[in-house]
Design a protein around this ligand. Structure first.
Ligand SMILES: Nc1nc2c(ncn2[C@@H]2O[C@H](COP(=O)(O)OP(=O)(O)OP(=O)(O)O)[C@@H](O)[C@H]2O)c(=O)[nH]1
Ligand SMILES: [Mg+2]
Length: 298
C-alpha cells in the first residue's frame, strides 16, 4: 500500500500515531494531504467549541469535561488552537500541565495547533484538521480557542455546539455579552464559581438570556474541582441542537475558503515579488494595473 492508503486506513482504525502524522501533513500542506482529504470518509462527529476570555479556565474545563466523559467510555479528540500572539506564549506549556491527565488516556487524543498570525482565529487549516479527526473514530471533538474578537464567531461556525466560558469578573463585560456572544453561544458556563460574585453574575446572565428570548442555559462550574460538570456534560451529550441548518449555511463559506486556498496555491509568491520589484522601476508603475496584468499572464 502507498502512504496515502496507509494513512487513510490508520485514521479510520483510530490509530493515534497515524492521526498525528496525517495532521502534521495536512497542517503543513505536505502531500499526500490533498488526496487524503479528498478520500476520507468525514463523519458527523459532534464538535464542541470552547471559547472565552484568556484565563477563564477553558483548558481546565476541557480537562474536566474529558475526565467525566472518558469515564463513560467516550473517545475524545481535543484540538487546542494556540494564538501566536506573544501574550499567550506560555499557554501551550500551561495546557500541557492542565491537561496532563489526558496524555496517558488511550481514549483521548490531544493536539495543539498554531494559528499563524490570525489572532485566535480559525483558519482553513483548522477546518481541515477537524475533518481528519472526523474521519477517525471519535465520539466528540473539542476545540479550545481563546475568545478574542472574530475568533468567537469563527469557532461558532466550526462547532456544532459552542460553549462560552465566562468568570464572575466578566460582569463588567455584560454589554459585550449582550451584543455579540448571545448569537454564538449555545451554552454559557460561569466558571470559577468559587469566586465572589458568581451567583449574581450567573443570575444577571440568565436574565439577559430571558430578555432576549433565547434558550441558552447558564451553568456554574468550578472546573479545577470538578464541580458542576455533571449537568454540563449531560447537556453536551444529550441536548439536541439544530445542527443541520447551521451546517447547510456554513458549507458555502467552507467551499469558498477551500477554493480560495486552491487558487492561491497557483500563485508563485517569489516570482510575484521579483516581478513587482522590476515593474516598480518603470515610471508609469501602478500597482492595481500591475496586479491585473500579472494575474492575466501568470
Ligand atoms: N478558582 C478557580 N480557578 C480556576 C478554575 N478553573 C481554572 N482555574 C485556574 O485558572 C487559571 C487559568 O486556567 P486555564 O484553564 O489555563 O484557562 P484558559 O482559559 O485555558 O487560559 P488560556 O488558554 O490561556 O486563555 C489556572 O490557574 C487554573 O487552575 C475554577 O473553577 N476556580
Ligand atoms: Mg487554555
Amino acid at each position: 500500500m502507498n502512504l496515502h492508503q496507509d494513512l487513510k486506513k490508520g485514521i479510520e482504525e483510530g490509530d493515534f500515531r497515524t492521526i498525528a502524522r496525517a495532521l502534521t501533513l495536512v497542517e503543513n500542506d505536505i502531500e499526500p494531504s490533498t488526496d487524503l482529504l479528498k478520500s476520507l470518509k468525514i463523519k458527523d462527529t459532534l464538535v464542541l467549541g470552547i471559547t472565552g476570555p484568556p484565563g477563564a479556565g477553558k483548558s481546565t474545563l476541557v480537562n474536566a469535561i474529558t475526565n467525566n466523559l472518558a469515564v463513560a467510555g467516550k473517545k475524545i479528540a481535543i484540538l487546542a488552537v494556540d494564538p501566536t500572539s506573544p501574550f499567550n506564549f506560555g499557554s501551550l506549556l500551561g495546557d500541557r500541565i492542565r491537561m496532563s491527565q489526558q496524555f496517558n488516556n488511550p481514549n483521548v487524543y490531544i493536539r495543539s495547533i498554531a494559528t499563524r498570525g490570525a489572532l485566535g482565529g480559525i483558519s482553513l487549516k483548522t477546518l481541515e484538521l477537524v475533518d481528519v479527526l472526523k474521519a477517525a473514530e471519535f465520539d466528540l471533538i473539542i476545540i479550545e480557542t481563546v475568545g478574542v474578537g472574530q475568533s468567537e464567531v469563527e469557532i461558532a461556525g466550526l462547532a456544532d455546539k459552542t460553549c462560552v466560558v465566562l468568570v464572575p469578573e466578566s460582569g463588567d463585560e455584560i454589554q459585550n455579552i449582550k451584543s455579540g456572544l448571545m448569537e454564538i453561544a449555545q451554552v454559557f458556563v460561569v466558571n470559577k464559581a468559587d469566586r465572589e460574585g458568581a451567583d449574581v453574575f450567573a443570575n444577571n446572565l440568565k436574565k439577559l438570556v430571558n430578555e432576549q428570548h433565547q434558550a441558552i442555559p447558564v451553568f456554574k462550574t468550578v472546573a479545577d474541582k470538578n464541580i458542576g460538570l455533571t449537568e454540563l456534560c449531560i447537556w453536551i451529550v444529550e441536548e439536541k441542537i439544530e445542527v443541520n441548518k447551521k451546517r447547510k449555511f456554513l458549507i458555502g463559506d467552507k467551499a469558498y475558503k477551500i477554493i480560495q486556498n486552491q487558487k492561491m496555491k497557483a500563485i508563485d509568491k517569489t516570482k510575484l515579488l521579483t516581478d513587482v520589484q522590476e515593474a516598480l522601476l518603470k515610471s508609469n508603475f501602478n500597482i492595481y494595473q500591475f496586479a491585473e496584468d500579472w494575474l492575466k499572464h501568470s
